[in-house]
Write a protein that binds this ligand. Structure first.
Ligand SMILES: NC(=O)c1ccc[n+]([C@@H]2O[C@H](COP(=O)([O-])OP(=O)(O)OC[C@H]3O[C@@H](n4cnc5c(N)ncnc54)[C@H](OP(=O)(O)O)[C@@H]3O)[C@@H](O)[C@H]2O)c1
Length: 216
């Protein structure tokens, strides 16, 4: 599949590219194409040193939308609205959101927009034909990037378009030992997103690193 990653130079975008570029054509998007090319070249080099071939290129965020059958919104919630409004061509695409709106005081807390979640706010921002699927919300980027790491975690996936959700579930299942679970419609996204501040607090208050979740 062709996967465009908006903000693909960041932590989670780069991590996803590390794990998906062997089987898929990845377009790392950025506001700065040179930065995207540099990220892509570094990743291809790192993977080739491990004997893994990667199909990846650096592009602008707009090209990531244009070239991807799937588009991942790999940016912080606070930059979503301005980024989406500067881009076009989302019609009929599968849009994956790993976005978690999180606040921080002496602990992490879920800080959703009025729509109820980042995914539901994205639904408002995008054309009606865009198929929004929430996934990859609860795994640390460091785990994605470190290829020595077995990703023995569960990924909750929710969305309103059954065929788009199935494509994303199949994509998740290809990665290491990840197991995808259909969590229901996009209305479930507040629950999925709010798991992330919970695991960040568990990591913080128990001196743990990169806590993940697994459903049995
Ligand atoms: N990090 C994690 O472990 C993790 C895990 C699960 C989910 N998530 C979610 O994934 C999303 C991305 O997280 P991240 O940690 O990868 O973020 P990040 O590294 O902080 O940023 C991602 C990219 O956003 C772009 N960006 C920065 N400022 C911007 C602005 N003002 N306008 C538009 N784009 C801007 C940058 O790309 P360019 O400068 O190249 O344009 C940057 O590389 C977040 O919503 C987060 O909740 C993160």
């Amino acid at each position: 599949m062709k996967i465009g990653i908006i903000g693909g130079t960041g932590d989670i975008g780069e991590g996803l590219a590390h794990r998906l570029s062997h089987n898929h054509e990845i377009y790392i998007g950025s506001r700065d194409k040179d930065k995207a090319c540099e990220t892509s070249e570094c990743m291809i080099k790192a993977l080739s040193e491990r004997g893994i071939s990667a199909r990846c290129s650096g592009v602008t965020n707009q090209e990531a939308v244009d070239l991807g059958d799937i588009v991942v919104l790999s940016i912080n919630y606070k930059h979503l609205e301005s980024t989406i409004s500067s881009l076009s061509g989302f019609e009929d695409k599968i849009i994956i959101t790993p976005v978690n709106p999180i606040g921080k005081s002496d602990h992490f807390f879920y800080d959703p927009p009025v729509e109820g979640s980042a995914a539901l706010a994205i639904k408002r921002m995008l054309p009606e034909s865009a198929k929004i699927v929430a996934a990859f919300n609860n795994i640390s980027a460091q785990k994605w990037k470190n290829l020595d790491e077995r990703l023995d975690y569960s990924v909750a996936v929710c969305g309103d378009d059954p065929s788009a959700k199935k494509i994303v579930i199949d994509l998740v299942q290809e990665v290491s030992e990840l197991r995808a679970y259909d969590a229901g419609p996009l209305d479930v996204s507040p629950i999925i997103e709010s798991i992330t501040p919970l695991i960040l607090n568990i990591a913080k208050f128990n001196n743990m690193k990169d806590v993940g979740i697994k459903f049995y």
